[in-house]
Design a protein around this ligand. Structure first.
Ligand SMILES: CC(C)(COP(=O)(O)OP(=O)(O)OC[C@H]1O[C@@H](n2cnc3c(N)ncnc32)[C@H](O)[C@@H]1OP(=O)(O)O)[C@@H](O)C(=O)NCCC(=O)NCCS
Length: 150
């Protein structure tokens, strides 16, 4: 399969409306907060950067990235990541996560990336293992914590 060209653009006044309209499959809504909530959160926690994900110029997903390291573990977190239901299962999740990791590597002093998810979220588990994350054995807010050391 040809790898799609992925671009990350900060969510702003021009694209936030499209971003809150991205859809999940019905059984996935329990796994992640709505994009509207994440965008609101980024306004009161400005260290959280909201990014719209584009493939070949079309918006296909959303990610929230913590630009500051967590003082507890010195890791940078990816608190949210989703691909629109209509684009899932076609390699966009992998390609987008690759782009996010590249963008985070460009941040200064970054030693590791952490991500947590519901233990029943099999797609997330498979994707993150494939990307090189490993299970830490830690649980946070009932979610399993995965980490990638850089
Ligand atoms: C998890 C998610 C981002 C994956 O996106 P995607 O575009 O479907 O992923 P890809 O097509 O790139 O697939 C990547 C890998 O994930 C796994 N995967 C994808 N869909 C899967 C499914 N339905 N069941 C099991 N594994 C699956 C596979 O291992 C796949 O690799 P492969 O194609 O080499 O077999 C997407 O399902 C999603 O947005 N889920 C809802 C939100 C969420 O749960 N986010 C993560 C928690 S923050």
């Amino acid at each position: 399969m040809i790898e799609p060209t992925i671009e990350l653009k900060i969510v702003d006044r021009n694209n936030w409306n499209a971003c809150i309209r991205l859809k999940l499959k019905e059984d996935q809504t329990k796994f992640i907060a709505p994009n509207l909530y994440s965008i609101a959160q980024s306004k009161v926690e400005p260290n959280l950067l909201p990014y719209a994900i584009y493939a070949n110029k079309e918006m296909i997903g959303f990610a929230l990235i913590d630009s500051e390291s967590d003082p507890k573990d010195m890791c940078h977190w990816i608190p949210r990541f989703m691909i629109d239901a209509g684009f899932q299962g076609q390699g966009y999740g992998k390609a987008s996560m690759k782009k996010i990791i590249e963008a985070m590597k460009a941040m200064t002093n970054i030693v590791a990336i952490r991500i947590s998810f519901d233990p029943d979220n099999d797609s997330a588990r498979a994707l993150y293992l494939k990307m090189g994350f490993s299970e830490t054995g830690e649980i946070e807010d009932d979610e399993v914590v995965f980490e990638m050391r850089l």
